[in-house]
Design a protein around this ligand. Structure first.
Ligand SMILES: NC(=O)c1ccc[n+]([C@@H]2O[C@H](COP(=O)([O-])OP(=O)(O)OC[C@H]3O[C@@H](n4cnc5c(N)ncnc54)[C@H](OP(=O)(O)O)[C@@H]3O)[C@@H](O)[C@H]2O)c1
Length: 249
């Protein structure tokens, strides 16, 4: 039987990159999936590519009213929710002395507050046995110049996986972090780094990750399928790190 047969799932930020690839794999494993994004064109394109098992819902994770609208739509379409992949996120890099309040707030609003209230808003739709996966990052235990705000947001997401796992265990809901390493997606083009730095990013990845290459979205999505499925039934509060060795070496 398919590993996610008849399961219902929400993937925030399911329009491109890791979220989109995860939607593909969830559907291939038998799930029905609501994907979200903030950009309407990318959302429609993704839904069309994924086919009839994917339902697009436009929702900005920074907006409580959009999240309430998402919850209403989940109730209407599915009745309940088995899997939540809180994946929407951005990473903006800048030297400490150029980081302004707007950059700081936007990163935390999307990556931390967005994840927190996505979980809170959808929680009452989740059954016993449900799985929540928070997309952190392999940077959650690291440090690097110009990454102060982004790295801090991902350390916070890792922390949330621990505390929410403790709090939701009595409801038999598992919460785990998933931490990708370097994966070529639209993410890199939004980092705010100059072209000369981005052009050399491959060299940085080779030096930083023992497997000396970028990961593929499919390799991260495979981890999300595992955490979503009953194969990981004894895992909660954990961090599944899929990063070519970057975090731990
Ligand atoms: N790529 C990497 O190397 C890497 C490494 C570690 C962790 N991650 C994490 O993986 C997650 C996905 O990133 P990705 O690499 O797949 O990048 P991506 O292709 O840029 O995907 C980001 C997704 O998040 C959505 N999103 C962004 N801001 C949003 C908002 N305010 N409300 C709702 N949706 C929003 C985007 O939708 P729109 O297009 O509509 O904005 C898009 O669907 C992020 O949390 C990122 O931090 C990525």
């Amino acid at each position: 039987m398919a590993r996610l047969y008849d399961k219902t799932a929400v993937i925030t930020g399911g329009t491109t990159g890791i979220g989109f690839e995860t939607a593909k794999q969830f559907i291939a494993q038998g799930a029905r999936v609501i994907i979200t994004g903030q950009n309407g064109d990318r959302l429609q394109a993704a839904a069309q590519a994924l086919g009839s098992k994917a339902i697009p819902v436009q929702a900005d994770v920074r907006s409580r009213s959009d999240l309430n609208g998402l919850a209403a739509r989940v109730k209407e379409e599915f009745g309940h929710l088995d899997i939540l992949f809180a994946n929407a996120g951005i990473g903006y890099f800048a030297p400490l002395d150029t980081v302004d309040e707007a950059l700081y707030d936007n990163q935390f609003d999307i990556n931390v507050k967005g994840v927190f209230f996505t979980v809170q808003t959808l929680l009452n739709l989740m059954n016993e046995g449900a799985s929540i996966i928070l997309n952190a990052s392999a940077v959650n235990e690291k440090g690097a110049a110009m990454g102060s705000v982004y790295f801090a947001t991902k350390a916070a997401v890792r922390s949330l996986a621990r505390t929410l796992a403790a709090e939701l265990a009595s409801r038999k809901i598992r919460v785990n972090a998933l931490s990708p390493g370097f994966v070529p997606t639209n993410f890199q083009s939004k980092m705010g780094l100059p072209p000369e730095v981005l052009n050399n990013f491959g060299d940085y990845v080779k030096q930083s990750a023992p497997l000396e290459r970028f990961g593929k979205p499919e390799e991260i999505a495979a981890g999300a399928v595992f955490l979503a499925s009953d194969e990981s039934s004894y895992m909660t509060a954990a961090d599944l790190v899929i990063d070519g060795g970057y975090m731990n070496v």
